[in-house]
Design a protein around this ligand. Structure first.
Ligand SMILES: Cc1ncc(COP(=O)(O)O)c(C=O)c1O
Length: 441
């Protein structure tokens, strides 16, 4: 298997090193001196790098692309809005309510909503609202969950440096320098699907727990999902203790079902965060929930403050309106689920051919691939899977024109435009990539 030469990309990185730390605008885009990707265009489910290699993309910018790149149904709405109305004014337009009403028609968990510009900001807003409403401080989070790049949630379980034979829990460490220890003070972490851990945490801190903050399906941890019983346990525990359940649906919202993960479970949060698929790649995010909780946002002396210069700008709102309308009125999500299911089936044929134990986690629109016999139930279980083999397999796929994150903690994202992918070709590439990965071991 030959590795494509990348003279243009390498030159672009050299130039970018003069301009940005690591030569990239977001640290996660740096894939080393030889593999950092620079694109020249995107369309449908494909991206083309500046060395003219085109990839079928299953990374999809970490999830926002739900219809396809440069989808005209969305782009035309945005062009129309900014040329006929404007971009931002620091005032409201009717478009704010248009989008909220669309979300409400899809998500019964939403009575009222506020907008944000990124998933990170939406989570900050939801957590602050939960604290303001409950007058409590502590937030319970789940090992392996990800809630954006703000100090308080930038603490992670160091499973990379933990052994499955360890009796102690993985150490909780900051994402890096610059995160004060004090930002951890109000956070407690539990393993997913561990009922006892929830009981213990609530027995100890229940009177001060404002909320449980959870990705129902961990989009940053191989799509490992909460069981139905565990989600019910969280709902009941919050109700019993006067705490709120915040579901972070930044990745799952408007992707795994029209009503997000909550529609799959039939269990609803008090507060929910959305972003990514909501705008097919335009920067829109939101948080919302029950009216009495959201109305904690007010100018009262003990009210919660929320806002921001770019909040609910016309670019974001028009993109959300167009995207949500397509998702609501067409069978795009059914198409996505069918394609995702077919891709898992073809991958399974390839893995079986090479006698590789494997399983898939999460829904068809956003599935994790794990080399192990049992679907992981939490982040610690993920450590039992053969993630090194996955990484080698993924790197070979990339060399052959299939883009994905070379880390099995990032799921395969499917968009509507993937229905055009030649699945026979994909199966062949997967077979070659796995064969080469095994030979390299
Ligand atoms: C579940 C979840 N929450 C929050 C975020 C943060 O979103 P953003 O990168 O838009 O700030 C992400 C990003 O991947 C996410 O997956």
């Amino acid at each position: 298997m030959t590795k494509p030469q990348k003279p243009q990309s390498n030159a672009m990185l050299k130039r970018a090193h003069e301009n940005m730390p690591l030569g990239v605008a977001d640290s996660y885009r740096y894939w080393g001196e030889e593999n950092t990707v620079f694109l020249s265009s995107m369309k449908g489910c494909t991206i083309t790098d500046c060395d003219q290699q085109t990839f079928v993309d299953f990374r999809l910018a970490y999830g926002p692309i739900i219809l396809g790149y440069r989808d005209e149904r969305v782009d035309n709405e945005v062009i129309n809005a900014i040329t006929s109305v404007g971009t931002i004014s620091g005032f409201s337009t009717g478009l704010d309510s248009d989008v909220v009403e669309l979300v409400k028609s899809l998500c019964p968990n939403i009575d009222k909503m506020r907008f944000a510009n990124s998933g990170t900001e939406a989570v900050i807003g939801a957590v602050r609202t939960a604290r303001g409403f409950t007058k409590r401080n502590k937030i319970v989070v789940v090992e392996g969950g990800f809630h954006g790049l703000h100090d308080e949630v930038m603490w992670k379980s160091d499973v990379d440096n933990w052994e499955v034979t360890d009796e102690n829990a993985p150490e909780i460490i900051p994402f890096g320098a610059g995160i004060p220890q004090s930002t951890r003070e109000h956070q407690v972490s539990v393993p997913l699907n561990d009922f006892k851990a929830i009981d213990t945490v609530f027995a100890e801190h229940g009177h001060d727990i404002a909320a449980i903050l959870i990705e129902p399906i961990m989009g940053n941890c191989g799509s490992i999902a909460s069981t139905q019983a565990y989600m019910q346990k969280l709902r009941d525990t919050c109700d019993t203790n006067g705490s709120l359940l915040i579901m972070d649906e930044v990745k799952t919202g408007f992707r795994v079902a029209k009503g997000g993960a909550q529609a799959l479970y039939g269990i609803y949060a008090d507060l929910t965060t959305y972003a990514k698929a909501m705008g097919n790649g335009y920067p829109i995010a939101a948080f919302g929930g029950k009216a009495n909780v959201m109305d904690a946002i007010s100018f009262a002396k003990d009210g919660v403050t929320h806002g921001g210069t770019y909040t609910a700008n016309m670019v974001a709102l028009s993109a959300a309106k167009a995207t949500l309308t397509v998702l609501k009125e067409t069978d795009a999500l059914e198409t996505i689920a069918t394609v995702g299911q077919k891709i898992q089936a073809l991958l399974s044929r390839v893995f079986t051919k090479f006698d590789i134990e494997h399983c898939f986690a999460g829904p068809n629109a956003m599935f994790g691939v794990h080399f192990g016999s049992e679907v992981p139930q939490n982040y610690r279980d993920w450590k039992k899977t053969n993630s090194d083999l996955y990484t080698q397999f993924a790197l070979n796929l990339i060399d052959n024109g299939v883009m994905l994150e070379p880390d099995s903690r990032e799921p395969w994202f499917i968009c509507e435009a993937h229905q055009t992918v030649d699945l026979k070709w994909l199966e062949q590439v997967a077979e070659q990539s796995m064969s080469a990965a095994i030979n390299a071991q």
